[in-house]
Design a protein around this ligand. Structure first.
Ligand SMILES: Cc1cc2nc3c(=O)[nH]c(=O)nc-3n(C[C@H](O)[C@H](O)[C@H](O)COP(=O)(O)O)c2cc1C
Length: 257
């Protein structure tokens, strides 16, 4: 059989079209599953940050949703810290931060946050009907990537209850040690606000000691000072006046309606 140039071109074109149709229909049909899984992954990370799941524990969908019943997602006004009527189920903070209508340019900050959303999604955790924790989103630049995570804060609005990162591109074994359960276990019990009222918590180079010895300090990540400094910078920003300080002040005063 003779395969001339036209036949070869038409045949490869047909193969390309068939593959493109297959790939794009797979992408479209899997999109909903991907979104659902991303939302579940966030819920799991909120549970890990809040200590409602043990670090390293595997949670299936049913168990994640069962434990999440104690968690109340809430969209707040970032400037005042007050709750809003915005539906947390449909609110997309990353999207809000990009839209000029729902965000503003962030003041200069060491976390390299460019735009601040006007509203933010936080999670309040109930224990025996009482508010016991607030989980706030944190993000900022490390060495290679923006790290996205959650910080859980106790009812006093000042004590760390846990930290997790659910997305980052830092080097495994170096900056990627933010995922190490041993490092995350160093956080509960540390304090956020110093005597000046500003965030004082920071990741130091080397070891810090227990929360009693060093309430505002957490061990640095070995060989990853840049990632460690990035974590200090993002906490300084997101727990400060531009971030969740007003919300945490109100949270500590009593339940939001
Ligand atoms: C391949 C490679 C990957 C690295 N990944 C990271 C990283 O994820 N986070 C980080 O802070 N430093 C990383 N570093 C090291 C930094 O370049 C820098 O040397 C380091 O932050 C200094 O930290 P130290 O003072 O704790 O040694 C990496 C270096 C290399 C060569």
């Amino acid at each position: 059989m003779r395969h001339d140039a036209l036949y070869t071109i038409l045949f490869s074109g047909a193969v390309c079209v068939v593959c493109a149709v297959l790939v794009s229909s797979a992408a479209v049909s899997l999109k909903e599953d991907q979104l659902r899984n991303a939302a579940l992954d966030k819920q799991r990370n909120v549970l890990f940050a809040a200590g409602l799941a043990q670090l390293g524990e595997r949670l299936d969908t049913g168990e994640t949703l069962r434990r999440f019943e104690r968690v109340r997602p809430l969209v707040i006004d970032l400037a005042t810290g007050e709750p809003t009527d915005i539906d947390p189920a449909t609110f997309d903070q990353a999207k809000a931060a990009k839209d000029p209508e729902t965000s503003r340019i962030a003041p200069d900050n060491r976390a390299s946050v460019q735009r601040l959303p006007l509203h933010a999604l936080v999670y309040e955790v109930l224990q025996d009907g009482e508010l016991s924790m607030a989980v706030v989103p944190i993000e900022g630049y490390g060495l290679w990537s923006t790290l996205y995570g959650f910080l859980a804060v106790g009812a006093d609005g000042n004590s760390v209850r846990g930290i997790t990162y659910y997305q980052h591109g830092e080097t495994p074994g170096l900056g990627g040690e933010v995922d190490n359960p041993k490092w995350k276990a160093l956080w509960p019990g540390r304090k956020i606000y110093g005597d000046s009222g500003r965030p004082a918590i920071r990741v130091v180079k080397g070891t810090a000691g227990s929360p009693e010895e060093a309430p505002y300090e957490v061990d640095g990540l070995t060989g990853a000072t840049i990632t460690s400094n990035g974590i200090t910078a993002m906490l300084d920003f997101w727990l400060g006046e531009e971030g969740f300080q007003n919300y945490l002040r109100k949270f500590q005063e009593g339940p939001a309606q």
